[in-house]
Write a protein that binds this ligand. Structure first.
Ligand SMILES: O=C(O)CCC(=O)C(=O)O
Ligand SMILES: [Fe+2]
Length: 347
């Protein structure tokens, strides 16, 4: 998102005491949380990975295929990532956000550069976009040459170690999931992984303070993620919603599960067979909420295009090829705004 000026942290705004909600955070009626909310009988699928037991792979692949076609999202359980590591990263994040603002600001991200590492909040965009009710800490974790734990909080003492271990586990799980996804499209198992090339991984811990008027704000506005796949964990509060058939469905918070969100480059590679998941985060009036999103993305120089195996005389390419870095720059210029970005590549 285009940025200018000094970032205001939502949490510090609240701590200073709010007599009324600042107007920059008030959403127009059509994007407020209550709009188009649906309770679906069939929620987002929860898929058992059976601790990656190869005898169950056929079942897993067909469940993933259905979930990708119907939702572009699913949760996985028995995924092989130690649950204590999920708890550690949530508790590390929570301790950071519970610390005094002076301690947090030592890790402030660069106010004028897009996607810089560290502690931040959405900044005023150059157009008159509405601000998200969210603060975050972004970590650059892969390739290892980008990984500099000195830039991450040194409290609580296990913070940096937890991020390193979490990053490594999420890389392996993302690769395994991309293999299932490739095979479920009848592509060779490593197809998507090879198209993506050396993975760029960022881990963003989002913190959504409670809001005195939660019905007027959005924690994180509607968007689809730009890369290949996003793995996300949330705490017990809940607030992640996915768009399905024009209505918003709550992603049930499950403490041991990992949410998988298909992102835009996988939609392109699958030639639209699997749509990326449009999602947003809503907030509430009483409890802060924390989530940890791990993005698995191509490098900026990587060219992404629909898999040639999926192009037949019955199925023409649906997207133009794109250099990933150009895709990202466009996103930062225009902002997420639903799926506007990927739609610009449609043939
Ligand atoms: O907090 C959440 O649940 C959503 C986070 C998210 O979508 C993102 O960081 O891209
Ligand atoms: Fe997202």
């Amino acid at each position: 998102m285009a940025a200018s000026g000094v970032a205001q942290r939502v949490q510090s705004l609240l701590e200073r005491g709010l007599s009324e909600l600042p107007s920059q955070y008030i959403q127009p009626p059509e994007t407020r949380p209550g709009s188009r909310q649906i309770t679906s009988d069939a929620g987002v699928p929860v898929i058992n990975l059976f601790d990656l037991d190869p005898t169950r792979f056929d079942d897993v692949r067909s469940s993933i295929r259905r979930a990708c076609q119907d939702w572009g999202a699913f949760q996985v359980i028995n995924h092989g990532v130690p649950v204590c590591l999920l708890d550690d990263i949530r508790s590390a994040g929570r301790s950071f956000f519970d610390a005094p603002i002076e301690d947090k600001l030592k890790y402030a991200c660069e106010p004028n550069s897009a996607a810089s590492e560290g502690y931040g909040s959405q900044m005023l965009s150059k157009d008159d976009g509405v601000l998200d009710w969210r603060d975050y800490f972004d970590h650059h974790t892969l390739p290892e040459t980008r990984r500099n734990p000195e830039k991450w909080p040194d409290f609580p003492p296990f913070y940096r170690q937890a991020v390193v271990e979490y990053s490594n586990h999420m890389k392996h799980l993302a690769q395994k999931l991309l293999q299932f996804i490739s095979e479920s499209l009848s592509l060779p198992p490593t197809y998507i992984e090879e198209e993506v090339g050396e993975a760029y991984q960022n881990i963003t811990i989002s913190y959504y303070p409670p809001c005195p008027q939660p019905d007027l704000v959005i924690g994180l506005q509607s968007h689809s993620d730009m890369g290949a796949v996003t793995l996300l964990i949330q705490d017990s509060v809940g607030g992640l919603e996915v768009l399905k058939d024009d209505g918003w469905v709550l992603m049930e918070p499950l403490s041991e599960a990992i949410v998988v969100l298909i992102a835009d480059q996988t939609e392109i590679i699958s030639n639209g067979e699997y749509g990326s998941c449009v999602h947003r985060a809503v907030v509430n009036g009483s409890q802060p909420r924390l989530s940890v999103a791990t993005f698995y993305d191509p490098s900026k120089a990587t060219m992404i295009s629909p898999a040639s195996q999926l192009i037949t005389h019955n199925s023409q390419p649906k997207f133009r090829e794109v250099v990933y870095g150009d895709y990202v720059s466009q996103w930062y210029t225009k902002g997420p705004d639903g799926k506007r970005n990927i739609d610009a590549l449609r043939i």
